[in-house]
Design a protein around this ligand. Structure first.
Ligand code: ATP
Ligand code: MG
Length: 324
């Protein structure tokens, strides 16, 4: 069954066409990822689906409820983890969950159990009486996940669930989410620009400039570009890049001091590179394409996750300063 149905969805902000006629379906129980650079339109789609933002055109249903005509039913069907933190930091973990349960009309006799269960799921039971301001970034995110599921939604929306967290914490958050999917059969709809996180999704839609430019399983997306990448370290990467272009008409890219050469078969092509190199290759490796490579192939540029996360951190710190 399709739990999310989106057809020709459109949204502009003045001149900016944030979402241009986007269509897709998500099946119940799937982990579905929207992957794309800053400003691609990911958060805009989530906001429309959870009824925070009005669309300009097209249709969208969640759990068979129309996002505009049946807003209340849609709100009951979804849990949301926003891109920007949204806990009340002056309250304890328990109180945050309690007020959320009240807001979502969780039956009074069930509230205590539900809070305890969801705190258990994210390993925060022992800290439930502490005020949230003392929590680390990862703990706050876990608490938001607990809050997102307390009214037993059908779909959990996660907008950049691990932005700004260190790699270790990101890994833990993912363990909780995958666990949650397995235990509760939740459908998850998430956005990210961390490639390795996108790998966890059952299917991925790659977005750029308001359009979905590819949609498939991670495996199929990677297979579709039919490339291996030969990574080289040479005594002069720029010079060698020009040579490869001259000899084989292949466009190479520079990445962290290495030169990447996309070829259809790495094993058979590597000897050809050594042939023209005359001892200039210092080391060589062959890797299978990543989702980042898929994005580069489709758009001609990188997703630039470093810049993106720097920008997000900056935005968060500006917000914090404004609040205080
Ligand atoms: N409320 C708004 N008013 C004006 N423009 C907006 C508004 N919200 C989003 N936009 C613009 O719409 C485009 C899509 O923004 P959106 O937040 O959906 O991108 P995103 O893919 O979530 O990016 P990020 O990875 O940075 O979170 C951007 O150009 C953004 O500036
Ligand atoms: Mg966003």
């Amino acid at each position: 069954m399709n739990i999310i149905h989106v057809e020709k969805l459109k949204k502009s902000f003045g001149e900016i066409k944030a979402v241009k006629e986007v269509s897709f379906d998500v099946e119940e129980g799937e982990i579905f990822g929207l992957l794309g650079p800053n400003g691609a339109g990911k958060s805009t789609i989530i906001k429309i689906l959870v009824t925070i933002l009005k669309k300009d055109g097209g249709t969208a249903t969640i759990n068979n409820f129309d996002v505009e005509k049946e807003q209340n039913k849609v709100r009951e069907s979804v849990g949301i983890i926003f891109q920007d933190p949204s806990l009340d930091e002056r309250l304890t973990a328990w109180e945050n969950l309690y007020f959320h349960s009240k807001f979502y009309h969780v039956p009074s006799r069930e509230i205590k159990n539900r809070i305890n269960n969801s705190l258990d799921l994210v390993d925060l039971s022992e800290r439930k009486k502490e005020i949230v301001i003392n929590f680390s970034g990862g703990m706050k995110r876990r608490l938001e996940i607990a809050r997102g599921i307390i009214h037993t939604p059908k779909v959990l929306f996660l907008d950049e669930p691990t932005i700004g967290l260190d790699p270790q914490t990101r890994k833990y958050i993912w363990q909780y989410l995958v666990d949650l999917r397995d235990k509760q059969k939740l459908t998850m709809f998430l956005t990210t620009h961390y490639m390795e996180e996108a790998e966890i999704c059952d299917r991925i839609a790659i977005m750029d400039h308001g359009n979905i430019i590819a949609l498939d399983t991670p495996e199929n997306l990677k297979r579709s570009i039919q490339n291996d990448i030969i990574t080289l370290v040479t005594d002069n990467n720029i010079g060698f890049s020009i040579l490869v272009k001259e000899k084989f008409n292949i466009e190479t890219t520079f990445n962290n001091g290495t030169l990447e050469v996309p070829v259809s078969n790495g094993k058979t092509f590597l000897p050809k590179l050594f042939e023209i190199a005359g001892g200039r290759i210092l080391s060589a490796d062959i890797k299978k394409p990543s989702l980042e490579d898929v994005f580069i192939k489709l758009t001609g540029r990188k997703i630039r996750e470093e810049e993106a996360s720097k920008r997000d951190k900056l935005r968060d710190s500006v917000k914090r300063r404004r609040r205080t």
